[in-house]
Write a protein that binds this ligand. Structure first.
Ligand code: GLN
Length: 561
C-alpha cells in the first residue's frame, strides 16, 4: 500500500515537472505572407509582440530574409529602404526598427538572418569538413541551418515567444527553403508552434466588390508545401463582412474565429489595438496551449494613441536628404519625429526637401515656413551641396537644426567653409585631396577594403559636456547611441571650431572621437555623429528628438508673435 502511494506520488511529481517544463517551453510563431509583398508582415508581427509583451510575456521577433546578401548593409536604400542598426552593430532590415518601436525590446544580430548568411555558414562548415564527406544539399543541410537559426534565440531561455517573420511572398523560389523549414519545425514543435498567414483581399472599385480568390489561392499554395495556417490575417482597404470571412475560413481549413481582418488605419500604431479587438493575442495563446488570463496592459500605448489623436497644433519639420521620393529611406527618423511631436502635443507635418534641388536662390522659399530642419544621414557626393545650402541658411536664420551622421559632418564642413574661412574644407569621403580635411577617415578604417559590415557599427558610449544643450536634453552626461559610419570629426581642428563658437560637446570616453557638436548661442543647432533615431520607440522616445521638436515648437510660437 505504502509502495502504491509512493508510486502515485512519484507519478504526480513527474506530471508536475512535465507541466512546468511544457509551460516554460518557448513558443514559436511564424508569420508568412501571400498574394503581394508590402502587406505589412512586420507591423502584424510587431503588433502581436506588442500584445504578448503587454500580457507580461518575454517576446522577441526575428526576420528571415530570402536574399543572398549577407546583410542589407551593402544595399542601396532604393532596394529595401533604410538600413537599421542594432545595438550589437548588425546592419539589419528596417522591420527590426518596427520591432523595437512596437515592443521597446532591443534586437541583435540573431534577429535578422538572410539566405546569404545561411549559405555562408553551411559552406564554411563544408570547407571545414564538418559534413564528413556527405553531399551537402538544401534539404537537410540548408534547412537544418535555418532551423538552428530559428531556434537560436528560443534556446537562450530568455523568451516565452519567438515570432519569426519570413520575408518575401509564399510561392517565391527564394523563400522555399525557409517555408520548408517552417513545415519541418511545425512537426518538431507540435503544440508549441502557430502559423499566421497574411494575405490581401483586394477591392475591385468597378465591381464594388471585395475579392477572396487571391487569399484562397495563396493558402492553397501554402498547403501544397505542407503548411496549414492556423490564423489568417487579411489586409484590406474596406471592412470584410462576416459572411465573407466565414467563406474564407471554410475554403482555407481555418476556424472562423481565426480569420482576422486588418483594415487600413490612419496610423500603424493602432494596429495592435485593432488586432486585440479581434482576439488575435488570445487566439495565439489558445492555439499553443497557454492559458488566457486577463487583459494586456495597454495603458501607456493608449496614452500615446490618445495624444496622437488629440493634437491640434502642427509643427512643421523639414528633412533635407537625397532619397526624399522614397518613403522608407528615412523610416526611423520619420518615426522618431512623429513620436517627439506627439509627446509635445503637436501633429507632425514633415516636409521632404530634395537636397539635389536645394539652391541658395530656392532656400527662402523651401525653408522659410519650417519650424525645424533635420539634415539627413547618407553616403557619397550626390546632394551634398544642398545640405550645405540648408545648413548655412538655418545657421544664419537661427532655425532649430539637427544634423545626423552625414548631416553632422556637413554641419562641420559648412561651418569650416563659411565661419572659419576655409573655402575648400571637406570630408575626405567627398574629396580625398581637400586641403582642410575637417572630416576624415577614421584611423582603423584606413586598411579596410571589404564594404560589408566594416563600418563603425553599433552602440558606443558618449560623454556629454554637463552644461551643453545635448546633455540637458538627455538629462544625463552619459549616453549610449548607435553608429554607422567610416568618417569622423578631425580633432586637429577642434580648437579652431570651439573658438569660433561650434563646441564639441560629446566625446567617446575610450577613443576621444567627437560624437556631438553644437553651437550654444543658437536656438538649437546640434549635430550627432551617431543615429539617435535607432533608439527611439513609442514608449521611450529619444530625448534629443523630443527636445529638438520642443525647440521647433518654441521657435514657431516666437515667429507667430
Ligand atoms: N558617409 C558618412 C560616413 O561614412 C556618414 C554615414 C552616415 O550618414 N550614416 O562617415
Amino acid at each position: 500500500m505504502q509502495n502504491a502511494g509512493q508510486v502515485r506520488f512519484f507519478y504526480y511529481l513527474c506530471a508536475l515537472i512535465n507541466l512546468i517544463i511544457i509551460d516554460v517551453e518557448t513558443k514559436y510563431i511564424f508569420v508568412t505572407g501571400g498574394v503581394v509583398s508590402s502587406l505589412g508582415k512586420g507591423i502584424i508581427s510587431s503588433s502581436l509582440a506588442n500584445l504578448l509583451k503587454a500580457r507580461g510575456f518575454r517576446v522577441t521577433i526575428q526576420k528571415f530574409d530570402p536574399y543572398i546578401n549577407i546583410d542589407p548593409g551593402t544595399l542601396n536604400p532604393y532596394e529595401h529602404g533604410e538600413c537599421y542598426v542594432t545595438v550589437d552593430g548588425h546592419e539589419a532590415d528596417l522591420d527590426l526598427g518596427h520591432y523595437e518601436r512596437f515592443t521597446n525590446i532591443q534586437t541583435t544580430r540573431a534577429n535578422n538572418v538572410t539566405t546569404g548568411r545561411i549559405y555562408q555558414s553551411v559552406i564554411d562548415k563544408e570547407r571545414r569538413g564538418d559534413y564528413l564527406g556527405k553531399t551537402v544539399q538544401i534539404v537537410p543541410h540548408i534547412t537544418d541551418e535555418i532551423k538552428r537559426n530559428v531556434k537560436l534565440l528560443g534556446n537562450t531561455g530568455n523568451f516565452d515567444f519567438v515570432i519569426t517573420e519570413i520575408g518575401g511572398t509564399v510561392g517565391d523560389i527564394e523563400s522555399l527553403p525557409f517555408i520548408e523549414s517552417v513545415r519541418q519545425l511545425r512537426w518538431e514543435l507540435g503544440n508549441n508552434c502557430v502559423c499566421v498567414h497574411l494575405t490581401y483581399v483586394p477591392y475591385i472599385a468597378a465591381a464594388k466588390e471585395l475579392k477572396t480568390k487571391p487569399t484562397q489561392h495563396s493558402v492553397k499554395q501554402l498547403q501544397e508545401v505542407g503548411i496549414q495556417p492556423d490564423i489568417l490575417v487579411l489586409r484590406t482597404e474596406k471592412h470584410i463582412p462576416l459572411e465573407m470571412r466565414r467563406k474564407i475560413a471554410l475554403f482555407c481549413n481555418v476556424s472562423p474565429d481565426a480569420v482576422i481582418q486588418s483594415v487600413d488605419v490612419p496610423t500603424i500604431y493602432q494596429v495592435p489595438i485593432k488586432m486585440h479587438e479581434q482576439h488575435f493575442d488570445e487566439l495565439v495563446l489558445r492555439k499553443c496551449g497557454v492559458p488566457v488570463e486577463g487583459e494586456p496592459h495597454m495603458a501607456p500605448w493608449l496614452h500615446f494613441l490618445d495624444k496622437l489623436a488629440a493634437a491640434e497644433k502642427t509643427v512643421t519639420i523639414g528633412l533635407v536628404g537625397k532619397y526624399v521620393e522614397l518613403q522608407d529611406a528615412y523610416k526611423s527618423i520619420n518615426e522618431s519625429l512623429l513620436q517627439a511631436a506627439t509627446y509635445n502635443d503637436h501633429k507632425l507635418k514633415l516636409k521632404f526637401i530634395h537636397s539635389e534641388k536645394l539652391t541658395p536662390e530656392a532656400a527662402d522659399e523651401q525653408l522659410g515656413e519650417l519650424d525645424g530642419v533635420v539634415i539627413a544621414p547618407g553616403f557619397g557626393q550626390r546632394g551634398i551641396e544642398g545640405k550645405f545650402v540648408a545648413l548655412k541658411w538655418c545657421r544664419e536664420h537661427d532655425v532649430p537644426t539637427f544634423g545626423i551622421c552625414l548631416g553632422m559632418q556637413c554641419m562641420v564642413i559648412e561651418f569650416a567653409r563659411n565661419v572659419l574661412g576655409l573655402p575648400e574644407a571637406n570630408s575626405t569621403e567627398m574629396n580625398p585631396k581637400t586641403p582642410d580635411n575637417v572630416i576624415d577617415l577614421m584611423e582603423e578604417q584606413k586598411s579596410i577594403s571589404n564594404m560589408g559590415g566594416t563600418m563603425r557599427l553599433g552602440a558606443f558610449d558618449c560623454i556629454l559636456t554637463p552644461d551643453s544643450k545635448a546633455a540637458k536634453a538627455y538629462g544625463s552626461t552619459h549616453v549610449s547611441e548607435r553608429h554607422r559610419h567610416r568618417f569622423e570629426f578631425n580633432s586637429d581642428y577642434r580648437e579652431r571650431f570651439e573658438q569660433a563658437g561650434m563646441k564639441c560637446v560629446g566625446e567617446n570616453p575610450a577613443t576621444h572621437l567627437v560624437e556631438v557638436v553644437e553651437i550654444p548661442e543658437k536656438r538649437w543647432f546640434i549635430g550627432t555623429q551617431y543615429h539617435p533615431e535607432y533608439s527611439s520607440t513609442v514608449l521611450s522616445p529619444n530625448p534629443l528628438f523630443v527636445d529638438f521638436v520642443r525647440a521647433a515648437i518654441a521657435y514657431s510660437e516666437e515667429k507667430g508673435k
